[in-house]
Design a protein around this ligand. Structure first.
Ligand SMILES: [Zn+2]
Ligand SMILES: [Zn+2]
Length: 274
């Protein structure tokens, strides 16, 4: 089977309101796109920073600007559709209890764990750009992968989103000098210990880096460590549902992956990849 669990029903612009995008018609556009891509399980995972509850976790100016919607209304809407209910929940170091408290209030099918910020600087957005602020590439990569490993070890998450997002800018930012396996290794160890599913995200092919998340070497280390995988497009529009899935499935087979994770009420099972 095929899944697409990391989806957003609206683009990232702050004025893209639930009234315009959390609609039966819009969901039908996503379902139709999934049907034509042969995807059986579709789930939505809106960014936590869109919801007022996010401010219990963090007071970053970007979150304050975006946190307008009610998380309960979102959950209720998604439950009224055939979509699985997820959320893309940033990891904010030191705020584990606040994150758990927000997650505990709703019955999600799965929680997607992301690191978009290192301290208050963004990895994949040039407004609060980490690359303007912090030293060399090796330091940034180290901090990114350390933070991701910390997120994995909290046990708060079911799926580790776009696990090498730090490469997003490709050649537009400096590359680390060290062999990248040096950065992958401690994270792969955390993944194996925590048993979290690693997201294969075709969004990387739409970004400046033009590469799948995760990179081949990283994915192969995950396979060797016995990790399990989830497949997603990180679509923000229906046209991106199942984006480049043929290519992603071929990659996964090359890595030796034969199964995909399926989630329901935070219970996981695996299904053959097809
Ligand atoms: Zn993300
Ligand atoms: Zn996303």
């Amino acid at each position: 089977m095929l899944t697409d669990y990391h989806l957003h029903l609206r683009p990232d612009e702050p004025d893209a309101s639930p009234a315009d995008y959390f609609t039966v018609d819009n969901v039908e556009r996503y379902l139709e796109a999934a049907r034509s891509a042969g995807i059986e399980e579709l789930g939505v995972s809106e960014h936590v920073h869109r919801f007022v509850e996010a401010l219990e976790i963090w007071d970053h100016p970007f979150w304050i600007l975006n946190a307008r919607d009610d998380l309960g209304h979102y959950c209720e809407f998604v439950r009224s559709t055939p979509l699985r209910l997820g959320i893309e929940m940033d990891f904010v170091p030191g705020r584990e209890d606040a994150i758990a408290s927000v997650l505990d209030r709703y019955e999600f099918d799965y929680v997607v764990g992301s690191v978009h910020f290192l301290r208050d600087k963004a990895v994949d957005w040039d407004v609060y750009d980490i690359w303007d602020a912090a030293g060399d590439a090796d330091r940034i990569w180290q901090l990114y992968f350390d933070t991701l490993a910390e997120a994995v070890r909290t046990g708060l998450y079911d799926i580790l989103a776009h696990p090498d997002l730090v490469k997003v800018w490709g050649s537009a930012r400096p590359a680390p000098e060290r062999d990248l396996r040096f950065y992958y290794e401690p994270l792969v160890e955390a993944i194996a210990e925590a048993g979290i599913a690693v997201e294969v995200s075709t969004a990387g092919w739409r970004k400046p880096v033009a590469e799948l998340y995760p990179a081949d070497a990283f994915a192969e280390m995950c396979v060797d460590a016995g990790a399990v995988f989830a497949l997603s497009s990180d679509a923000h529009v229906p046209e991106h549902v199942g984006h480049e899935y043929d290519r992603a499935v071929a990659k996964m087979r090359d890595w030796g992956v034969e199964e995909l994770c399926v989630f329901e009420r935070r219970q996981r099972r695996v299904e053959p990849l097809s």
